[in-house]
Structures are given as C-alpha cells and as structure tokens.
Design a binder for this molecule. Structure first.
Ligand code: GLA
Length: 727
C-alpha cells in the first residue's frame, strides 16, 4: 500500500521506496501540502506555521482567527480567489465575471494501477506496479470540480500528477490558467535547474537560485520548444550529482507550458508546472471535462544521478511503448546531411548498399521525396511520392532496399504546409491564420489547423497512402516551425485552439501506431524542438538536435540526459568539417558521442576513404555489442562539460557486472597533464578489468582517485573504456 488516508488526522500519505509525500485536509476543507522528501514516518502537520501577517487575509469561515491565511499556508492546488496572492495553479472566470475559485475537499478514491488520461499521453503501469489516488475537490459556489490525480510507482520513486476539471452548473466557466502540479516547500533554499537553448543548440544547463521574485520559464510557441524544455530540477542549495535533496518535474505534454518558481514572504518556496496561460481561455459547459496534462515528479536524496536514473527508468519503461521500447534500435543511415534535397531513387539505393556493407540496419529517406520539393520553398502538404524525381515508384525502391536486408524509413512533416503546394491551393482555410492579418511565415511554411478533425483525417489518409506502398519500418515525424496565428476558423473560442491542436497531434500519432503497430516513430522538430515526454509516448526516440558537431553535442546530450533516457536521444555521426559549425573532430570522437544515443550516421559513405569505412564498421560493431548497456544501464555524468574541459560519462549494468566509460577532451594544450576521471556506481571492494588491456583496477580507487585517461597528441580525442567485473 503506497497510498493511505489517515482518517483521524485527515492526512493523505504517499510512500515510495525512498520518498514520502503528505497533504492534509484541514478543519475547513482546504487541502494543505505538508511534505515531500526523504522517506519518513509520522504526520508532518507540525510543519504548518500559523501567524498573523499583515495584509494576508483570512477566509471568512475561520471567523476571527487572524493567524489562518491561505497566503502563508502551503497549498496542494492553489487557486486565485482564496486570499493566496502567490502564483496560482488555476484561475477561472465565472459566469458573473468574477475570478474566484475556492476549492474544498469533497472525497477521495484510491485505486490499484495507474490512471490514464483520455486523449493525452501519460505514464502507464500495471496493477502491481502502481496505485492511484484521486482527491475530489469542489468549489461549492460554482460547483466546479477538480479531481486531483496522483499516480504512484513506488519502486522507482515516481509520483505523477494530473487533474480533471468539470462542473455541474448551467453556466459557462472559463479556465484562464491551468497548471498541473504545485510544490510548496515551507522551508529550505533551492535552486532551479533548467535547460534552455535555441535551434541547433538545445538544452543547455543553467542553475539559478530561487529567490524573492518569480522565476518563469515558458514556451508560447505552441510546442515545448528548443528555447526552454518542460523539464526542471529543484535542487536544495548545495545538492550535487552525488549528494543532497533534489526534485524533478517533467511535463508530459508537447505544447506551450509555463513553469514558475518563487520564494514567498515567509521564506517558503512554491514551484508550479503546467499549461501556458497565454492564448488560453478554455470555456467549460456543464458536463464537459478538461484535463490538465500530466507532470512526472521524482525525489532523490542522493543528488542528480539518482534523480536522473529514476526518470530514465520511468520514461523508458512507463512512457515509451511498442516493440522498440525494449527491442534494439536500428543503426540507421539518414540521407539529410549526405544528400539534402538532392537525390533520386538510385542514390537512396546506393546509401542502402553502403549501409549494408558497413553493418547498419536501416536507411532513412529524409526530406525531398514528395510533391515538388527540391528546396524548402515548396511541397509541404502534398504527401504524394515524386516518382519522376525518384525515377521509380516508392514500392519499387523500398523493395530493392529491403531485398538487401536493410530496413526502410521515411520522413514526413504532417503538421505543416507550404503556400506553394496543391493542398494550400485547395484548402487555404486549413491553415492557422487570423482573418484580416498576414500570417507569420517560418521556413516558408504555415501550420495546419490540427485542432480540426477533418484536417487531421485528411493528412492521416495521405500519410497512410504512402506508408501502404511498401514495407516501411520507420517514420521521422518532423515539425519545423513554431506556431503563431493560433486562430481556427472552426471555433469562436480561440483560447481552445492551441490545446486542441495538441490533442489533434496526439490523436494522429496514436492512430498511426494503431494502424502500423510495428512502426518505429522518431520525433523531430528542427532537431530537439519538441523533445518531451508527450512525444516519447508515441516515439521512443527523438532527433536530439540539428547540430551534429560532436563537441556541441556533448553539451546538448549532457543537458538532455538530466530528464530523458539515452535510448531517447537520436544521435548520428556526420561528415567533417561539420555542416553546422565548420569544426573538424576525429571520426572516433564523433562515434563515441553518437553512441550515447540511438546511434546512426548522416553522411554519404561513398565520400569516405576505405580506412574510414573500416573504422565505421568497427564503430557499428562496438555499438551493437554495448547497446543494451548503453540504453538500459544506469547512467552517470562524471563531469560537467559547461565547467570542465573533459566531458566524461559512464553506463553501469544494473548488476554492476560491467561498465562503459566515455570521455572526450574539449580542449587541447601543450605539455598536457594527465586527466583522472572519477568513476561512479562500481561495486565497492571489487576489481574491474579493462577489456582492451587486460589490466585490473580496484573499483574503490577508480571511484576515489580516478582512471587516468591516456595522454596523446591531437585535438578533441575521445576514449571509451569497457570494464568488466573481476571477482
Ligand atoms: C529538420 C530536421 C532535419 C531534416 C530537415 C529536413 O531540420 O531536424 O533533420 O530532417 O528538417 O528538412
């Protein structure tokens, strides 16, 4: 039993393996947050401190009790209108124009298994792995109900939150702000770690103290975005990779979001995560339901490594689905950087011949095979094969490739449209566009109105027509612009459009997987613009970044690793000088970096020397040998590439029988010093054998004093050390 209601104290207690979460229904029916942190017994209502604080009002029901204020007490789901002036999780507009919402406890339900959310991705688990708590809250004046949902995966220290909102009055209630999860800490000093960036440089690490102001991180792009990822860590000041308390919140949603962190007047800290409240005004009629998308939370008392490992396991095994969840991912050769738009069927076939020769499993025909698409001005929306350009039918090409024993994958961008396309000529009204205004162009394209089912249906049919032409194993689903002009001509409630758009996107992806259950989807949005748990529910891997430079990738993959498993990170070796940075790095370094991901290549092997080809053959073999360790092992960051010259990380088998250490020098100096990398997660007291040299090392010394990396001539060298337990 991980969830209990302590009747006498009216306290909900959630216990996971290493954490405890408590909230209390107080004498007036308010739901107060008590505690989230290291596992403990007892009731933590002693933490509630009541004080008479000027200008912090008191609910009428408490009568003359001046020390009772919602403005100073920790809340489980704060709403505007209760006298709490801190950032609210929810604000509504009632039929009489007022903004107040005052939720009181109604009842609760505890169920075996994990709740699911209609139309939205969510963590899934069986009845042995999870329990669900639903706390039913209600505003007695408007009869607005909020069902706060908690999913508990006790073994892996995961607590999820979501909320269902509905009402039983005859009026329309407009939801103006709906966030999903609130964490109110009564004490302590915290830092917010978030992951920011830009196209081709996503998820940089940033750590900021949470002080007496509101730190806001959000995306108003209709997508989770390159600029701010909807994942964050709340770290006790001083917490490190290996020690200290930390929490993470990870949004299972691919649209706009807002995260807020604030230290209040009493020194308490409130952190919120959920939907963006701008361009959002969701009217609810009697009986209609609105779902606040899920937030995954985890706690670690042992620093960020453990936090990351909890999340990796949760996402890998309880978000990702389908045959590729556990199965080996194909090592693929993608045509983009090798050919861009300039290829025909024979070129793709030759890529497949080379892929076969180099030991790879699949080729992916990227952008350029449909409509009229020789550059990015035209063609999006016309998902019919350009047989003239290919010089053959798709079916013929796929057959030629698969006859080699190589799988075939293909690129789509279903949500977008060029003005220069037949689809736009026929249906200009299918585009998100505000009447009377010129829409914003981005990469010469517009966004289709996926809040409309008829539009989703039409594109779905086009995509299926293509996929039905041959044995296609993989689809790269791209999305190459931010949404603007969020106006649908099918509704008068424009504040619904961005949310309904995301539901349309999920509906499309779900139907695609139902129809092609063995299909491997790879998410993509100009690289990692939509790298989130929502997309990972449909596609177990996402192209991490359009930047394939091995050194930049160190930082991108480092940041990404905090919230997302290695098996989710699309990562390829590309040619040098790198097309995004102009930098040249050794092939070995590119291989070592790309192997800490799904692994593949994005270049034209015909342009490689025999020597390079031989090195690639070896890399593919090395990856295949270690892929299970890389994708399913425990991941440890050994250094921080934003602060240290050497970037190192390692994978350790869950039974500690083997480990793979990777290290890359980001700088090179004259008269170089020896770099010692301190390893982690090895079996204390044991010895490990370096498989390349046969040399034995004591595990404790490797973890205490480190492993001396070779000192060799050359820039940006990389090393991979395979260690096996030697009893
Ligand atoms: C995006 C993707 C690339 C490639 C191009 C094709 O930028 O991230 O990998 O598919 O689109 O236009």
């Amino acid at each position: 039993m991980s969830i209990r209601f302590l009747e006498h104290e009216k306290v909900f207690q959630i216990d996971t393996k290493n954490s405890t979460y408590q909230m209390k229904v107080d004498d007036y029916g308010f739901l107060l947050h008590l505690y989230y942190g290291r596992k403990t017994n007892g009731v933590m209502d002693y933490l509630l401190y009541h004080s008479d604080r000027g200008f912090s009002g008191n609910p009428y029901v408490v009568d003359t009790n001046r020390i009772y204020s919602m403005d100073t007490l920790p809340q489980e789901y704060p709403t505007l209108g209760t006298g709490d002036y801190r950032n609210p999780a929810m604000t509504v507009r009632n039929a009489n124009g007022s903004f107040a919402c005052d939720l009181r406890y109604d009842s609760y339900t505890i169920q075996k298994g994990k709740y699911s959310l209609k139309g939205l991705p969510a963590v899934y688990a069986n009845e042995e792995e999870a329990e669900t708590l639903i706390v039913h809250m209600m505003d007695p004046v408007t009869q607005l109900h909020v069902d706060l949902m908690y999913g508990v995966l006790a073994e892996i220290d995961i607590i999820t939150r979501a909320a269902k909102i509905y009402h039983t009055s005859d009026d329309v209630i407009i939801l103006d702000k709906v966030q999903t999860a609130c964490l109110d800490f009564v004490s302590g000093e915290y830092d917010l770690i978030n992951f920011y960036g830009r196209h081709a440089m996503e998820r940089n690490y940033q750590r900021t103290p949470i002080g007496h102001n509101s730190l806001v991180m959000s995306s108003r792009r209709g997508m989770s975005s390159h600029q701010y990822n909807p994942m964050m860590v709340i770290a006790a000041r001083g917490a490190t990779e290996d020690a200290g308390s930390c929490y993470s919140m990870n949004f299972v949603y691919s649209g706009g979001f807002k995260a807020e962190a604030e230290m209040d007047q009493t020194g308490g800290t409130r952190v919120l995560l959920g939907l963006l409240d701008e361009m959002f005004a969701y009217p609810l009629n009697k009986g209609e339901e609105f779902i606040a998308p899920e937030v995954i939370m985890t706690y670690s008392g042992q620093g960020f490594s453990k936090l990351t490992q909890n999340l990796h396991e949760c996402i890998r095994e309880h978000i990702c689905r389908g045959p590729y969840r556990d199965g080996n991912r194909p090592v693929l050769l993608n045509s983009w950087e090798g050919c861009y738009f300039n290829f025909n069927g024979e070129d793709i076939y030759q890529l497949a011949v080379n892929a076969k020769d180099l030991g790879m499993d699949m080729i992916v025909m990227d952008d350029g095979w449909f409509g009229i698409r020789d550059d990015d001005y035209t063609g999006l929306g016309d998902w019919n094969v350009n047989e003239e350009k290919l010089g053959e039918t798709l079916g013929h090409l796929v057959k030629r490739v698969t006859d080699l024993g190589i799988k075939f994958g293909i690129w789509f961008e279903p949500e977008c449209i060029n003005e220069a396309s037949h689809l736009y000529e026929a249906h200009p009204d299918w585009v998100l566009k505000i009447p009377g205004r010129d829409p914003i162009r981005s990469r010469y394209q517009f966004v289709l109105d996926f809040s409309r089912k008829d539009v989703v249906d039409a594109i779905f049919e086009q995509v299926c027509n293509v996929l039905d032409q041959g044995d296609i194993s993989y689809v790269k689903w791209d999305f190459n612009r931010s949404i603007s002009d969020a106006y649908s001509n099918m509704t008068t409630d424009q504040g619904k459009v961005l949310y309904d758009y995301v539901l349309g996107l999920y509906d499309f992806m779900e139907r695609l997987l139902q129809r092609y259950p063995n299909l491997l989807l790879e998410g993509c949005s100009g690289g990692g613009g939509r790298f989130d748990c929502g997309i990972l529910y449909y596609s177990p891997q996402i192209w991490c970044s359009d930047n394939t430079d091995a050194l930049d990738r160190l930082r991108i993959q480092y940041g990404t690793s905090f919230g997302y498993p290695i098996s989710a990170m699309g990562s390829h070796v590309s040619a040098v000088p790198n097309h995004q940075t102009g930098r040249s790095t050794p092939l070995n370094t590119r291989g070592v970096v790309a192997m800490s991901g799904t692994f593949g290549y994005e270049l034209d092997p015909a342009k490689m020397s025999e020597e390079e080809k031989e090195e690639v053959r070896k890399q593919v073999k090395v990856f295949k040998k270690h892929s299970s360790l890389i994708h399913n092992g425990l991941y440890y960051r050994l250094t921080n590439p934003f602060e240290q010259e050497t970037c190192a990380w390692m994978f350790v088998a869950k039974d500690q029988s083997q480990a793979l250490v990777s290290a890359v020098f980001q700088q090179v100096h004259g008269a170089p010093l020896c770099t010692y990398v301190r390893l982690k997660g090895l079996k204390s007291g044991a010895f490990y054998k370096d498989e390349a040299t046969g040399k034995l090392y004591p595990a404790d010394a490797l973890m205490e004093a480190g492993y001396p990396l070779p000192v060799e001539f050359g820039a940006f060298n990389a090393y991979q050390i395979h260690l096996t337990l030697s009893e």
